[in-house]
Design a protein around this ligand. Sequence first.
Ligand code: RIB
Length: 291
Amino acid sequence: MARIWCLGSINVDMFYDVPHIPAPGETLAATGHSVGLGGKGANQSVAAAKAGAEVFHIGAIGSNSEWVFKRLESYGVDTSHIAISEDPTGQAIINVAADGENAIVILAGANRTLDEGNLRAALSTADSGDLLLLQNETNLQAKAARIASERGMRVLYSAAPFDAKATRAVLPYIDTLLLNEIEAEQLQKALKQSLFALPAKHIVVTLGANGARWISTRSGDSWDIPGIKVDAVDTTGAGDTFAGYLAAALARYFKPSEAMALAGRAAALKVTKKGTADAIPSLAEVEAFKS
Ligand code: RIB
């Protein structure tokens, strides 16, 4: 089994249950509040580890967040490449509406202070065929993608939150690009190119409740996995759960159709639970999930 390296954000997620997503200028009373581990990177690391992969997280947190190490380790994520920064740990304020939809505000903090020396030291022990996961909430994505591709690693990049400049910079080095439908439209508009013309070998577009699409750019093939009907209580982190499970399956050299099916089931199950990293289901739960 190949190993997974995730250069990614770590956030303290602060959740507020609200009747609906607040409109501009509106003040709303929350009906519930909780705090948990999150950040797109940490969520992907946790998802991949819960799916049974060997996962190394590369990132940074502030000096008063020792609990983050323990939490990640409790889920099986190696934390030896997480640095302590002078900046505070990243934060996310997450409003979750009654229908499960969300609106998120993030403060990057330590996530944008990642050090190139730490990155190079971590990846110097990675093998050809290992996977590197990247998203858009840190610095150093393009450098990491280039180093990893030079080492023969497989690079999976989630273009989230969408940033055309950041995406353009990593595109030459990645194998698999992950996007949701909105990000896919934003990218095609920004690059004035169809997804099929991009240099990534594979593109995965998550379609929310309608499943997900696999695109092989070289052959021009594309196929969908169907959505799984669930009672959604919180869609936050569903895309990260999909990405982490997909990576774990690809690390075990599953066929794309099997990897996508596993990732789709994990993401659907996540949506039935409130929270982010802490709410990502284990492989046993995903396998037992009757849809
Ligand atoms: O994708 C969900 C994540 O986005 C949350 O955990 C939050 O921290 C933001 O990064």
